[in-house]
Ligand binder design. Structure first.
Ligand code: ZN
Ligand code: ZN
Length: 308
């Protein structure tokens, strides 16, 4: 079964995110625990945590969810002030993710700030292991996300992700979240069978226990190797429907969260349409044909919401 879902807002309190995911009939979802643009980390009372957990059980039958760590965190930074802030915030994210019962806390592995990559990978791994070791008993895994490869960001290749996994250890607490847009942007040809197989094998080989724990389903606004982190709707970008069809039929990924992070506005139907595309592709036994009327109709509707 495909566990498709959406990144949903926590406006009105974290419990409201569950209602949003439930209205979209998600079988997984993702949230930020606070605004990703500020270092302020809110306190969550035991009541709020309990309410969230019970809504997950009641409204979503305990569907797995991910927490995306704040974009401000840079686990690879050489700057002492940013090391301190990043480590405090990542500790808070990890503690809360475990309290809420998240399947994964998704983290971008930071930026070298122009310093040598080997040292940056060392700093990143040191901070990650010190955080993970504070709570080894919960069910949450810390998931390293592959990145689009812009600037000095780490995580653009299986080698970099594998090195972090090696240095951190704790394979039972660590995992990988693959973002399809970032794969194409960082130069991986995933749009044909040989490219797809090679890419997935490379990332699986460096993933703890040989298993990827989550996917971010995003089409890419920019071309192969662009290093640009711009998501677009499923089927209308440079990736196109074939990759998503292939992924949704790959038994190795059949029971993990697959979360859309596609563009949307309040009150418009992008999430519904993207989920319909995903569900349609997952129902198709054969690769999508150019003249599939249902799929084409959905993709045509999504084109109207393309960011300009
Ligand atoms: Zn992502
Ligand atoms: Zn992205």
């Amino acid at each position: 079964m495909v566990m498709a879902g959406v990144h949903v807002s926590i406006a009105g309190g974290i419990k409201e995110s569950v209602s949003r995911a439930s209205r979209l009939s998600c079988s997984s979802f993702q949230i930020f625990t606070h605004s990703s643009r500020t270092w302020d980390f809110p306190e969550f009372t035991e009541e709020e945590v309990e309410e969230f957990r019970s809504r997950c059980l009641m409204d979503l039958s305990g569907a797995p969810f991910l927490i995306h760590a704040s974009y401000l965190i840079n686990v690879a930074t050489p700057r002492p002030d940013l090391i301190l802030k990043s480590s405090i915030t990542l500790n808070l994210e990890w503690e809360l993710a475990n309290r809420l019962g998240a399947a994964g806390l998704v983290l971008h592995p930071g930026s070298t700030s122009g310093e040598p990559i080997g040292e940056a990978l060392g700093r990143a791994s040191e901070m990650i292991s010190s955080v993970v070791e504070k709570k080894l008993s919960g069910k949450t895994k810390l998931l390293i996300e592959n990145t689009a490869g812009a600037g000095h960001t780490l995580g653009r290749s299986p080698e970099e992700i594998g090195r972090i996994m090696e240095l951190v250890g704790h394979p039972e607490k660590m995992g990988v979240c693959l973002d399809s847009c970032h794969l194409l942007a960082s130069g991986y040809e995933i749009r044909n069978e040989s490219g797809y197989s090679k890419t997935m094998d490379q990332f699986l080989a460096v993933s703890p226990k040989g298993k990827v724990d989550a996917f971010h389903l995003n089409d890419a606004y920019a071309a192969l190797g662009s290093a640009r982190d711009r998501h677009t709707h499923i089927g209308i970008g440079h990736i196109g429907p074939w990759f998503f069809w292939r992924l949704l039929h790959d038994q190795r990924f059949s029971d993990i969260p697959m979360v859309l992070e596609t563009p949307k506005k309040e009150g418009t139907p992008e999430d519904i349409l993207n989920l319909r595309v995903i569900r349609r592709l997952s129902e198709m036994d054969n690769p999508p044909e150019k003249n599939d009327p249902v799929l084409n109709n959905l993709i045509d509707q999504l084109r109207e919401f393309t960011p300009k």
